[in-house]
Design a protein around this ligand. Sequence first.
Ligand SMILES: NC(=O)c1ccc[n+]([C@@H]2O[C@H](COP(=O)([O-])OP(=O)(O)OC[C@H]3O[C@@H](n4cnc5c(N)ncnc54)[C@H](OP(=O)(O)O)[C@@H]3O)[C@@H](O)[C@H]2O)c1
Length: 389
Amino acid sequence: MKRITILGATGSIGQNTLDLIGRDQQAYDVVALTGGQNIAGLARDAKAMRADFAVTAHDELLGDLRAALAGSDVEAAAGPAALCEAGARPADWVMSAIVGVAGLKPGLAALEQGATLALANKESLVAAGPLMLRTARQNNARILPVDSEHSAIFQALTGEDIAAVNRVIITASGGAFRDLPLENLADVTVEQASNHPNWTMGQRITIDSASMFNKALEVIEAREFFGFEPDQIEVLLHPQSLIHALVGYRDGALMAHAGPHDMRHAIGYALNWPERRELPVEALDLAAIGTLNFETPDLQRYPALRLAREVMRLRGLNGAVFNAAKERALDHFIAGRIGFTAMNGVVETVLSGFTPPMTGGDDELTLDHVTKTDHLARMSVDQVVRDVK
Ligand SMILES: NC(=O)c1ccc[n+]([C@@H]2O[C@H](COP(=O)([O-])OP(=O)(O)OC[C@H]3O[C@@H](n4cnc5c(N)ncnc54)[C@H](OP(=O)(O)O)[C@@H]3O)[C@@H](O)[C@H]2O)c1
């Protein structure tokens, strides 16, 4: 039996992962499930999957979780240290699907125990790519991509020589406001930004798709994960979101990966890798789809893509600054303290004014550096937001 842990089990990716595992429950031994606020959902799934351990991120919800698990054999725990314990408990395959940099430490704990880490939590790779990859190497652990674009690249690279790659194209739907006149963008509401045209996802990644911060994170993630040079990574708008990425080789071939808007494909690929097994995803009917469109993104509409280039050029702790500033600016947007387009200016101001607390190369980047940088960048965002008000 494959021992499985799901970090972020109550979220969109976590639920899709549980859907796949639940279809063949006797093949899996569920070690741990973690969640945040959704105690009823966490307890329901932990009982149904006969998990050993259920963890909520919030200390104050431990009593609720214990009550919801009463009468079952599932052990309950709460708080950041317990999340890391969930990652550290021996498992073969760990889904990293907590949202935000909160997923970094539990993901590292999973790598330290030598698990295969299925990585949906792109924030941890953006904030601490060299540390994640080093930890995986030192512990004979493996990271498999779950973001649909990175899964697509991974699949298009299979059996190929990565040295023969000369370009990679990551596609983007353009998010909720792709066709909105630029002058109206500043006034959009949180509710409008939380509606993705193609995918059903958690609220934060949905808003990040509208601002294109999500795509900016993905470009950096591709750089960190595969080691491509920044100028090899392109982004194309593709409103249908059916081609997830394309890998271009030096002989001119472009290998495209197509699939429906269903994260169970990328999750299932990582779950079954290196095998391919049947998955409950719809087969694409290309004749019915008829047309696929591609266009160059407008950097005036999506400044986050320009900032991602800067982050890739600077490297070091700039990924941690960028991610933290983006997460905190998003908190302020959701709370109604800044407008949608103001997020770009806030992140750029913090990024350009930041002096990272280390001077060495990527090999010297530690968790302590990342944690301090994350904290300082969030405080800088708060200061910038106070100043503009
Ligand atoms: N959704 C997608 O299709 C998709 C695609 C590609 C990549 N991703 C990436 O996958 C990750 C998860 O996305 P999602 O859409 O599944 O998000 P989501 O639906 O918002 O779920 C987030 C999960 O993290 C938990 N959580 C929230 N704050 C936490 C904290 N501070 N500490 C620990 N756990 C916390 C949530 O618990 P509660 O809900 O119980 O509070 C939930 O289990 C993100 O990194 C995202 O970028 C998502």
